[in-house]
Write a protein that binds this ligand. Sequence first.
Ligand SMILES: [Zn+2]
Length: 435
Amino acid sequence: MQFDLLIINGTLMDPGFGFTKKADLGIKDGKIAKVFDEGKLTRKVIDKFPAESIVDAEGAIVTPGLVDIHVHFREPGREDKETIQSGSRAAAAGGFTTVACMPNTQPAIDNQETVKFVTSLAEKGDCRVYCVGAITKNRDGEELSEIGDLVKAGVVAISDDGDYLQNPEMMRRALEYARMFDIPVISHAEDEFLAGGGIVNESFESSRLGMQGRPAVAEEIAILRDIKLAGLTGGRLHIAHVSTAGGVEAIRRGKAEGVKVTAEVAPHHFTLTDDLIGEKFDTNLRVNPPIRSEADRQAMIKGLIDGTIDCIATDHAPHTEEEKDVEFDQASPGMIGLETSLGLAITELSDRGYLAIPDLLRKMSSNPAKIIGLEPNSLNEGEVADITIFDPEARWVVKKEKFLSKSKNSPFVGRKLKGKIKATVMGGRITYRAK
Ligand SMILES: [Zn+2]
């Protein structure tokens, strides 16, 4: 059998199907054509193969492609921060083969044309890009988008991310539509009146720093309302970037009551705490919802362990140097995350014994895929070759100049991480290979 690509010497780990084994993969026409049990692929075949079409996964884990359902690629409108092209390159470098883009572009992704524009640009990119459509026109919370049209154009969810849909009656109708089309409504759950113009978590730290706080209750109330409405309508609700202990508890209770609610956490919310802000006033630590307390961080980890939090999503939010090189309270909120997500997850969750690697991978691949209605990636023969290859033991230091994202706004620069992407394969093509 002729192959286009070989992935050899790796340990296959497909948490969706529950197997881990040493094996080689033969890829042909974008699909996994053959899984060779250890030693079955002969040296003769390998030696005849061109080096550029072999991925040597010695010491590495070969796993179904990672999926991130919360990224901001800024195109159309702010191509100086990120484009579909640069964003998808960063995604591939982070081991992702599929992402979902939030609709807060300029113009917003609230119509079929913009969905088609993003989708067509993505065809030339290095990962699969799906669109989340805006719940309301121009994301201004006033009038529902043509949700049926958006679904026809291919959106996998709807969200006004960046803002909370403050009007509960409109949220109720959005959930009713979403139920009809079997897509989730993704909620950026922070009540805008309570969050006000807050800059950091409302806490002892915010008073010490003299900065206006965003209270935990802004998130808790927003989540509780949306869970009530999801229960009423039967629509699927997904809570974006949960950050508070109370928020996690509300989701836990919602699930126990049978409400169709899922949730994600961003790596920065299970890694960082708000006492770091006063150290250097690194503006890359400004993000909405804000970095919270140690108790909140512990609640994120507990939520991941007990399944309350279904998946990890980066909320990759690129900003230019000019937008971050200002006073802390003037800085645009958000940080990039695609290229540090797996390393942070392994370092902070697996290495500390909170989540075994297969459980972690489920939260970064099959679970997020299911939330947006995609078939989870798999390593079985005949499946599409969307594959992530990483060394779980490799240690590395995050370097600003190494980011493939157009923007460099990461608070993790200089941090030592464990777990490094070796290569990413999307549709049988190598989209990233570590040098
Ligand atoms: Zn958000």
